[in-house]
Design a protein around this ligand. Structure first.
Ligand SMILES: [Zn+2]
Length: 263
């Protein structure tokens, strides 16, 4: 597909939290609990082209994160502001899925439409939430808050693939949850895929070793191939929680440790 300047985006990863002290079984199904595991970093993402800005995920609420043992390093809205984007005026927020670390600060975006997959809302409000293994990463109050936003007309639902603008599209890649969606965005380097939790770490997709918080393991593994189909090359897939992202891409000057330019 042809990429022209009018539809290529600058893309940033903004790191707002980190979690260390993990073992391999917390990052991989079948991982050795005695083997040290990669840290997880927590990100939101920004894609910007001219006047148009898409924010991808809103991070966890600091109090919810603290209750779950995760410390905020730099609040997501502060990172966005330092890139020149005020949360209160953002028009489009992509919610990749409704887990607490992806939807927590939704209230800081009062002007936004929230883009969500039908299957994600159905999953987060349906029968599986009676089981702790499925519900553990959701905050019921945040899911209920998003239901309120549906009734206000602020949630735009998608069913599978959806193009929101030339060079910017959403794609359901289920597995981690039933309705997780990833973002495909055109950049000067080619088609980049923001995988969110379709692959937490590079190693999950590269070694086909699924992360243990999972709705459907075969779908999660199939999702790794789908990411490769959507991306212009393997190097243009950005995992959702890998600290290596901060090392592989250049820091935004003045925002070392907080934001990197992905494209
Ligand atoms: Zn996550």
């Amino acid at each position: 597909m042809k990429l022209d300047n009018s539809s290529t985006y600058e893309v940033f990863a903004i790191r707002y939290a980190s979690l260390g002290g993990r073992n391999a079984s917390e990052n991989f199904i079948g991982g050795d609990p005695h083997e040290a595991g990669s840290d997880l970093d927590y990100y939101v993402w920004l894609a910007r082209s001219g006047q148009r800005a898409f924010v991808i995920d809103t991070g966890f609420d600091a109090a919810v994160g603290a209750r779950r043992g995760r410390r905020t390093i730099n609040p997501p809205e502060a990172g966005l502001a330092r890139l020149g984007v005020e949360a209160r005026s953002v028009k489009d927020v992509i919610i990749t899925h409704l887990h607490y670390d992806h939807v927590g600060n939704w209230a800081l975006f009062p002007a936004a439409t929230f883009h969500l997959q039908d299957d994600e809302m159905a999953y987060a409000t349906g029968r599986h939430m009676a089981e702790q293994s499925h519900s553990q990463a959701y905050e019921v109050d945040e899911v209920v808050a998003m239901v309120h936003e549906v009734y206000k007309g602020r949630v735009r639902f998608h069913d599978g693939d959806a193009e929101l603008a030339p060079g910017f599209s959403l794609h359901r890649v289920a597995g981690h949850t039933k309705g997780l969606q990833v973002v495909r965005v055109s950049t000067r380097a080619g088609w980049m895929v923001l995988a969110s939790d379709a692959s937490h770490l590079y190693a999950n997709m590269n070694d086909k070793r699924p992360f243990p918080i999972v709705w459907d393991v075969p779908k999660m593994v199939a999702g790794y191939a789908r990411l490769a189909e959507l991306a212009g090359s393997a190097g243009l897939i950005v995992p959702g929680h890998d600290p290596q992202v901060m090392r592989r891409y250049p820091a935004v000057p003045g925002l070392e440790g907080v934001a990197v330019r992905l494209a």
